[in-house]
Design a protein around this ligand. Sequence first.
Ligand SMILES: Cc1cc2nc3c(=O)[nH]c(=O)nc-3n(C[C@H](O)[C@H](O)[C@H](O)COP(=O)(O)O)c2cc1C
Length: 64
Amino acid sequence: MDLRRVFRPLTLRHKTLRNRLIFGAHTTNMAEGGLPGDRHLGYYLERVCGGAAMIAVEPVLVHR
Ligand SMILES: Cc1cc2nc3c(=O)[nH]c(=O)nc-3n(C[C@H](O)[C@H](O)[C@H](O)COP(=O)(O)O)c2cc1C
């Protein structure tokens, strides 16, 4: 398998990802009052620093 492919850009409709590293959705249990907060921000930023080009986040409430 040619792993260099993982680091090639991928266009999904109007967005071009810089690589194909996708961080899959999972529940973090970090919600505060059912809403995303600073812990989420730090958690996902770490994944960006690690190279993830796309992050699928967990379900988020649209209303308290
Ligand atoms: C909104 C959403 C939330 C998810 N939450 C979890 C989770 O909490 N735990 C988990 O193992 N997988 C969760 N999944 C599924 C994973 O993202 C992933 O699809 C699954 O672990 C299978 O991995 P694979 O697609 O690489 O085979 C969630 C998926 C979505 C779309």
